[in-house]
Design a binder for this molecule. Structure first.
Ligand SMILES: [Zn+2]
Length: 340
């Protein structure tokens, strides 16, 4: 396969990935695996090595495995042709972490109390605080047998700050052992959490996945490009005018995979899509809210009031092979959220 063919096929692969067509992705990757003779020049000119490298963290295990195989194979091929300069070989001075990057990553912890993020009113809020409705839903769920399918268990963690949330205030306390990466995860968490109704673990999970995927895009090096990319993503997530983007990422409507390849324009257009989704979601809650099928559970922690008294139902909102979406309603404050 020559350079032009590789570039062409790479485009098809990108398209298949964005459309989440698993069999097409696997087919194209197999072509890469079978028909590409990896050279340093080819990988450099087409960027295909980095692109395939990204797929190592693809949620589909077959795709991730094939990506790992290809990277391994190409790495060996390149190293054999030029052992001194593999494009994959990590830099040896990895113990010196650069921190002079526009203050994005600082070795010292930032005093967060001085940076107050004002919690905005999320418009399109579908919850109407109504204790009688909550009681109604509660009594319905008590009379019903619980749903047979069990949602993923959320950790029992306390949200101390009700409203104005951040990594520090939520007491997340997660570390990769690398200060640069930790800072990025913290900032991602802050940008996703500050006005979120979702529990800690869902948000942390998203922040971790985004960071990991970007790290993989830059071949495991938390250096300048990695920080630039994440800085751009974080500033878009924090955008007060675009709550739809961060809500979509937290709820899973925008997959981490997709978010990591979105352009600025695509991120901007998410606001409208999110509003459409919220109307749909509000209708779903309404349709199911008075029904007898909601199960009561203490498995979910409300991101608004911190209580664990919730009802939930699960529904297939996308294609049949996708995981179910879980819709949760807090009985105490009537906060509603969903995740998949
Ligand atoms: Zn609540």
């Amino acid at each position: 396969m020559n350079i032009d063919e590789v570039v062409q096929l790479k485009k098809s692969l990108a398209k298949a990935i964005s459309e989440e067509k698993t069999s097409a992705i696997l087919g194209i990757m197999k072509q890469f695996n079978d028909d590409v003779v990896a050279t340093k020049e080819l990988l450099k000119k087409t960027d295909i090595g980095v692109f395939i490298g990204k797929q190592r963290s693809h949620p589909n295990a077959d795709i991730a495995r094939l990506a790992k195989d290809i990277v391994k194979k190409w790495k060996t091929a390149v190293q054999q042709s030029d052992p001194s300069k593999s494009i994959y070989s990590p830099k040896t001075n990895s113990d010196t972490v650069k921190v002079d990057d526009g203050g994005f990553v600082k070795p010292q912890p930032i005093d967060r109390s001085s940076i107050k993020i004002k919690r905005e009113n999320s418009q399109g809020e579908i919850s109407t605080p109504s204790p009688s409705l909550a009681k109604l839903e509660n009594s319905f769920s008590e009379n019903s047998s619980p749903s047979p399918s069990t949602p993923k268990l959320e950790n029992d963690r306390v949200i101390n700050n009700k409203g104005d949330r951040s990594f520090k205030k939520d007491n997340v306390g997660y570390s990769t052992g690398d200060s640069t990466r930790d800072k990025c995860i913290e900032l991602l968490y802050d940008s996703l959490a500050f006005d979120s109704n979702n529990g800690i673990d869902i948000i942390l999970n998203r922040a971790k996945k985004i960071e990991q995927m970007v790290l993989d895009q830059f071949d495991g090096e938390p250096e300048k490009q990695y920080r630039d990319k994440l800085r751009g993503m974080i500033s878009n997530l924090k955008d007060k005018k675009n709550p739809g983007l961060r809500k979509g990422v937290v709820s899973g409507d925008i997959t981490v995979q997709k978010f990591c390849v979105m352009t600025k324009e695509e991120m901007a257009s998410e606001e409208k899509k999110a509003r459409d989704r919220e109307i749909q979601q509000a209708n779903l809650f309404k349709a199911r809210g008075a029904g007898p099928t909601q199960a009561e559970t203490n498995m979910f922690r409300c991101g608004k009031c911190g209580e664990r008294k919730t009802t939930y139902f699960q529904m297939q909102t996308r294609s049949a092979d996708e995981p179910m979406t879980t819709f949760v309603t807090c009985i105490v404050c009537n906060n509603r959220w969903k995740f998949c």
